[in-house]
Design a binder for this molecule. Structure first.
Ligand code: SF4
Ligand code: SF4
Length: 171
């Protein structure tokens, strides 16, 4: 029928006129983020980190720069732990590679700078932060909250059930 397309188009226009706007007035109005959002502002749990550099080796972009030395008690300590978030593609591989759950993605994304050097975050910038992403190694997803030392950032993920305990092995 002639004009049917125009009527359909006008119907869509009027339908949207009656809906609530979904536009957010960022930055005045904060954008809600999902718990597992992977943000650039990393967090390092110093008490768990062994300076093994597995995170740096896992990074495909070479964003993580680690230098260590041995202390008198034989433990490794950092001379340098820098992450160049200007190169980071927020893939999370460094977080997944950490065997001690010491490294986490952050919960924010507002790290714009006027030069590339300011995009490098240092250990003291990210040590023991409490604004963390719930993104973690896949074996932890969904049941990490049950760990005895689980801090508040571990949250059970909706829809993911704790796996059943393993069957005892036959003798
Ligand atoms: S999130 Fe990915 S790109 Fe960014 S530092 Fe970690 S491994 Fe590298
Ligand atoms: S954050 Fe994890 S992977 Fe990286 S140096 Fe520390 S313990 Fe090793």
């Amino acid at each position: 029928m002639y004009g049917l397309g125009i009527l359909k188009g006008l119907g869509i226009v009027f339908r949207h006129l009656l809906e609530r706007p979904i536009t957010r007035q960022y930055p005045e109005e904060a954008t809600p983020l999902q718990p597992r959002f992977r943000g650039y502002d990393f967090a390092l749990m110093e008490d768990r980190c062994t300076c093994n550099a597995a995170c740096a080796k896992a990074c495909p972009h070479g964003c993580i720069d680690i230098v260590t030395h041995r202390s008198e008690d034989g433990r490794f300590v950092f001379d340098k732990f820098d992450i160049d978030v200007g190169k980071c593609m927020v893939c999370g591989l460094c977080v997944e590679a950490c065997p001690y759950d010491a490294l986490f993605m952050g919960a924010g994304f507002e790290l714009a700078t006027y030069n590339r050097w300011d995009a490098v975050v240092h250990k003291d910038d990210i040590a023991n932060r409490d604004r963390l992403s719930a993104y973690s190694r896949s074996p932890l997803q969904g049941h990490a909250v049950e760990r005895a030392d689980a801090p508040s950032y571990y949250q059970p993920i909706k829809g993911v059930q704790k796996p059943p305990p393993p069957e005892p092995k036959a003798p």
